[in-house]
Write a protein that binds this ligand. Structure first.
Ligand SMILES: [Zn+2]
Length: 394
């Protein structure tokens, strides 16, 4: 097994849960990788010998970002809708149907090539684990093939047949829920680890979302929900009651929602790319953190409400607009994102973890928020192998 020592790390973020500080920071550090795993972490001067060496030159190294919420399987473009929204038209969930039509018309090869391009874009920005949802097919065939495409890129695949009621079921939403919880779920199950529903006015109500999550659970899928994006709703309480891994958006929360999240341990995944791209008010991360709620950050990369694949942008927005410290935002986009996927092996750089890490062209994680919009990722490694940067090019 080949070993690699990354030495001369100015600041190493380990996210070691046993550390006294949130990020488990080490300075003047080294990281030794054996095969796909982290084998040693400590002071650079004490690093054991390894087959190969990478000199970080004083740069910061941190766990690769865990983007726990994305919708990469789609076709088409909604730039015109974005421009109209910026000209004053409000965002409505129905715009999803435009993408559904384009996705159904695309070939498997087109969908696969498109996801590959977006995943590569994510690697360039430091993401090493991505969750990918279906939800733009909305037929039995198109949901199953969307998940089969996603499965080529990640194990964290999510069945989101309950994204929106498609046009052909506009007069029969109950019939559509029966389809989702029946034949569509059956076809999706071989490819999906998770089940999700958009619990919001204009999409699915609490009873429908509950039925979808229960049907998925009966097939061994873990649940997560979209909720309280466009206004207060029942989805957050439902997610907490069911003790789901995560409930995502959480832009409009009641005090009861916050209490329920704290008591259940369900993670609130905040998606500030959405508020940025729809000119909605940002979620109040400070309120959640001060209440003891676990907060993750993710991109929600999708063609309608947040067409960014950049976790660094989300970190910068969370710090500038949502009251998070740089350390909290980085932790939310790595360690807590991993927990939102029930993953212990990623989102941290401790002995035994998967060697998924990012080197910044910067001395500290703070630069991710301090230097917004600057491409700071100098290299990305997944499972100990460089996928981007000078080492990957060599
Ligand atoms: Zn989403």
């Amino acid at each position: 097994m080949t070993s690699t020592a990354v030495t001369n790390i100015g600041e190493l973020v380990t996210n070691d849960p046993a550390a006294e500080d949130l990020l488990g920071l080490h300075h003047d550090a080294a990281l030794v990788v054996e095969g796909a795993r982290v084998a040693w972490v400590g002071p650079a001067a004490e690093a054991p010998a390894a087959d190969e060496a990478v000199d970080a030159g004083g740069r910061a190294v941190l766990p690769g970002f865990v983007d726990s919420h994305s919708h990469l399987v789609f076709a088409g473009d909604r730039a015109a809708e974005f421009a109209a929204r910026m000209a004053g038209q409000p965002y409505a969930a129905g715009g999803i149907r435009t993408t559904v039509a384009a996705t159904r018309a695309a070939t498997d090869e087109q969908l696969t090539a498109h996801v590959a391009r977006l995943v590569q874009e994510m690697h360039r920005q430091g993401t090493t684990t991505v969750e990918i949802k279906s939800g733009y097919g909305l037929t039995v065939h198109d949901e199953a093939r969307s998940l089969a495409v996603a499965r080529q890129f990640t194990d964290e695949t999510t069945f989101l047949g309950a994204h929106v009621v498609p046009a052909e079921y506009a007069d029969d939403p109950a019939g559509y829920v029966d389809l989702v919880t029946g034949p569509m779920l059956e076809a999706a199950a071989p490819y999906a680890r998770w089940v999700d529903a958009f619990c919001e006015d204009g999409a699915f109500d609490a009873d429908q979302a509950r039925a979808v999550v229960a049907a998925g659970a009966a097939r061994g899928m873990e649940g997560r929900l979209h909720a309280s994006q466009l206004g207060p709703g029942p989805g957050v309480l439902l997610a907490a009651e069911l003790e789901l891994a995560a409930v995502d958006h959480c832009t409009y929360l009641t005090d009861a929602d916050v209490d329920a999240l704290r008591d259940s341990g369900t993670i609130a995944t905040l998606l500030p790319g959405v508020e940025f791209s729809t000119r909605q008010p940002y979620p109040d991360a400070r309120r959640l953190l001060d209440a003891g709620v676990r907060v993750a950050l993710a991109s929600d990369c999708n063609p309608g409400s947040s067409f960014t694949s950049s976790v660094p942008l989300c970190i910068a927005l969370a710090v500038r607009e949502m009251g998070m410290t740089p350390a909290e935002a980085v932790h939310a986009a790595t360690y807590v994102g991993a927990r939102a996927l029930y993953r212990e092996d990623v989102g941290r750089l401790t002995v035994g973890a998967r060697a998924d890490f990012v080197m910044l062209d910067a001395p500290s994680h703070v630069h991710l928020a301090y230097r917004p919009g600057v491409p700071l990722v100098a290299g990305t490694w997944i499972g100990g192998r460089p996928v981007l940067g000078r080492a990957a090019d060599a």
